[in-house]
Design a protein around this ligand. Structure first.
Ligand code: ASP
Length: 291
């Protein structure tokens, strides 16, 4: 048994040389994320959480360990999960010690009356729930230190997953270290329901790219609205949001989405968007650049 459809992303961006120098660890991370999701064929929420945990632990992606650094050289992480069938969501922002922020987001959804917890309050819930915590320095990698000092390489990243399970349920999850050199305390689109992350009974969507623009457009909810109210297929709805409202603002961005029939979409307007997908009956695939 396998998920009816799953898509993961490791961020949209414009690497200086137009491509990633060493592609292997990106493909490996994406493949492992898809395999982790497939451990939960009948539970879309568990599937997207498992996939994002793998990507958070892989230091090549901007989430968890390997996150980009703030202007003060620290790591602050945001994450969200949303369950399409219940419309329940959980999110955290500006956490500094939680190894897998996506699991803390799920704990907010299932273990509190709230949707979004930030900073100290979020860390306290992590302690209460016994989630794994690390020294804040553990998240800071040499590669990101060099990038902050030299101001080179991509400023962004972010990881996400969307899935449709065998019971017909949809779920989405997103996790990020934000944008390199951001002011401490800046929160992007990823943990905001409807902006960087959204799921309902029509589709599940995760965004990456210029967070401030993704927030103004309420991009992932806009995809659902175009499908539910406008009758657009998932691919067209994603294209419309990306090429329309986001591009008009000058946003660099990408979206991954799955609908309730298992159709998937993954448009982006940057040179790369690390992505992987698998639909029932087919082999998994991973691609970094344009096809
Ligand atoms: N959207 C993320 C943020 O603004 C960054 C990214 O996806 O590249 O925090």
């Amino acid at each position: 048994m396998s998920l009816r459809a799953v898509v993961v992303h490791g961020g949209a961006g414009n690497p200086r040389a137009g491509r990633i120098a060493d592609e292997a660890p990106y493909h490996q991370g994406l493949r492992e994320a898809l395999a982790a999701a497939q451990q939960h064929p009948a539970d879309a929420l568990a599937a997207v959480e498992a996939a994002v945990r793998v990507l958070e632990d892989a230091p090549v992606f901007n989430a968890g360990r390997g996150s980009v650094l703030t202007s003060e050289g620290t790591v602050e992480m945001d994450a969200a999960v949303m369950c399409g069938s219940s419309l329940r969501a959980g999110a955290v922002a500006a956490v500094t010690t939680v190894r897998n922020p996506v699991s803390l987001a799920r704990a907010v959804m299932e273990g509190s009356d709230h949707v979004l917890l930030v900073g100290v309050g979020a860390e306290r819930l992590a302690a209460e729930r016994g989630l794994e915590r690390m020294d804040p320095q553990w998240f800071v990698t040499d590669a990101q230190r060099r990038r902050l000092a030299r101001e080179d390489g991509d400023r962004r990243g972010t990881v996400g997953a969307v899935a449709l399970d065998t019971e017909g349920r949809l779920a989405a999850a997103t996790s990020t270290g934000g944008t390199r050199g951001q002011r401490p305390g800046r929160v992007g689109d990823s943990p905001l329901v409807g902006a960087g992350t959204y799921a309902d009974s029509t589709c599940a969507v995760s965004a990456t790219g210029d967070g401030e623009h993704i927030m103004s457009v309420v991009a992932t909810h806009e995809v659902s609205a175009l499908m539910r109210l406008g009758g657009l297929p998932v691919e067209e709805a994603c294209e419309r949001v990306l090429r329309g409202r986001l591009e008009r603002l000058g946003a660099d961005a990408g979206l991954i989405a799955v609908d309730r029939d298992g159709n998937v979409a993954m448009p982006f307007n940057t040179t790369v968007m690390h992505r992987g997908w698998q639909v029932a009956g087919a082999q998994p695939a991973t691609v970094l650049g344009k096809t």
